[in-house]
Structures are given as structure tokens and as C-alpha cells.
Design a protein around this ligand. Structure first.
Ligand code: SAM
Length: 240
């Protein structure tokens, strides 16, 4: 997409992308609350999850499913409603839509059709994990979830020479395998930080080299939601 400068958004509806708390309700912003309160329609991954959140926040809203399985097919329907003047909010189950969650396709589609899109910034697991890792945060890369099969080794190999701090999302079922694979390819001594249940009651931050972290995950399998942060490659191994 290469919008011309004269391509101003049409005077129509608007989509606001709103981040929701990862676990601590206090992390919702005043602006997000206002947008949710005044939306004609809230697009969400799971209407039960968002319905519960809105109930806790004391907000009544009309909810519509927008998730990985239907996002391709409902793009034009959403576009039509926005062209008719609707004010919509997009949320995901938790954190920021589009970040390892649905959102990108819709945002791109609407921008291509010159619909106004705005973002109310808020919680995402990336930044708290990065800061709590204590690794350099002036430059970092977000890798999302590693592929399960095809391309997995290639992706990990590419990280061997990555000098910036690396952020990965992982599930508790796969964390042991991932830490073991990373230790094997990046080396057992690469410093890592496992950030678990961020912003929640049982938040836990573990700093260990990869080989020790693998042993830790084996003896005490981590539960809940996990971000894995890796120190970047040292200068002698870095690619640039
Ligand atoms: N959109 C979300 C965001 O902005 O962070 C991410 C959604 S992705 C489907 C879910 C993954 O995010 C989890 O598997 C975990 O890696 C990470 N995550 C979400 N909440 C977390 C939390 N409270 N603590 C640690 N990691 C979390």
C-alpha cells in the first residue's frame, strides 16, 4: 500500500484499536474506557471473554466476533458498516490487537479503503517482559511465537547473530522444548529471562542461562502465560 498524500480518510466511521489488561484490571486506560463506552460495536476474539471484562468495567456494549477463523470473510462487512458511519472498537482477549492476535488484516484493509483508524495505546506483554529482563532495551526484536515445525530451525539459527535483545512468546506446554532448542542452537550460556503471568498475582521473573533454564523448566514446569527474553548475541558473534 502506498497512500497518496491527498488520500485523506473519508468522512465516515472509525475503528479504534484498544488494548485490554493482561491480568490487572487497573491497567485499562481512561481513554480506552471512554472508547469502549461510546462504541456502536466492539469487535472481539471471544465474546464471552470480552463480555466478562466489560461487565467488570461496568460497560454495556454490542459485541461481534472477529477472530483468526473469520477475519478474512468479515472484512468487507465491517468495511461497509464503517462506511455507513459506525464507530467501532477492536479488542483481543488480552493485550494489544495485532500483536500475535488478529488485527493486522483489518487495519490494513481499512487503511487501504481510507477509513480512519486510531490506536489507544495500552497493555501488551512485550514491554513489561523486556524491561524486567534487565537486558538492553534501546534496541530489541519481537519474534512472536516460533513456528512449531516448518521453518523453526531456520528462525532460531537466524537469531545466532542477532545482537539486539530478542523477545519470544511461548505457551507453557511448549516452553521446555523451546528453551532446549534455543540452548542447543544459541548455546547453553546465552542469558535468558522467563517472564510469567505478568501483571497477575503470581507474576514470576526468572533470570538464568538457557541450559539452566531448561533444567528449571524440567523440574518445575512453568504454568500460565510466558514471555521469553534472550540477551542479544555478544559482539564477537553478532552479524553487524
Ligand atoms: N496481544 C497480546 C499482547 O499484546 O501481548 C498477545 C496475545 S498472544 C495470543 C498470547 C501470548 O502473549 C501468551 O502466550 C504469552 O506468550 C504472552 N502473554 C500474554 N499475557 C501475558 C502475561 N500476563 N504474562 C506473560 N506473557 C503473556
Amino acid at each position: 500500500m502506498n497512500p497518496k498524500e491527498s488520500d485523506q480518510p473519508k468522512a465516515s466511521g472509525m475503528l479504534s484499536v484498544v488494548s485490554t489488561p493482561l491480568g490487572n484490571l487497573g491497567d485499562i486506560t481512561a481513554r480506552s474506557l471512554e472508547l469502549l463506552r461510546t462504541a456502536d460495536l466492539v469487535l472481539c476474539e471471544d465474546t464471552r471473554t470480552t463480555g466478562m471484562l466489560l461487565k467488570h468495567l461496568g460497560i454495556q456494549a454490542v459485541l461481534k466476533s472477529y477472530h483468526a477463523y473469520n477475519e478474512h470473510v468479515i472484512l468487507d462487512k465491517i468495511l461497509e458498516q464503517l462506511q455507513s458511519g459506525a464507530k467501532m472498537v477492536l479488542v483481543s482477549d488480552a493485550g494489544t490487537p495485532g500483536i500475535s492476535d488478529p488485527g493486522f488484516l483489518l487495519i490494513r484493509h481499512l487503511l487501504q479503503h481510507r477509513i480512519k483508524v486510531d490506536v489507544a495505546p495500552g497493555p501488551s506483554a512485550i514491554l513489561p517482559a523486556l524491561l524486567l529482563s534487565g537486558f538492553p532495551c534501546d534496541r530489541f526484536v519481537f519474534e512472536g511465537f516460533l513456528p512449531l515445525k516448518k521453518g523453526r530451525a531456520t528462525r532460531i539459527n537466524a537469531l545466532k547473530t542477532e545482537a539486539r535483545t530478542i523477545i519470544l512468546y511461548e505457551s507453557p506446554h511448549r516452553i521446555l522444548r523451546t528453551v532446549k532448542d534455543l540452548a542447543e542452537i544459541l548455546g547453553p550460556d546465552r542469558q535468558a529471562c522467563l517472564a510469567r503471568e505478568l501483571t497477575k498475582l503470581h507474576q514470576e521473573i526468572i533470570h538464568l542461562p538457557l541450559a539452566d533454564l531448561a533444567r528449571h523448566c524440567e523440574s518445575k514446569p512453568p504454568k500460565g502465560e510466558i514471555v521469553l527474553v534472550l540477551q542479544g548475541a555478544s559482539k564477537d558473534k553478532a552479524g553487524d
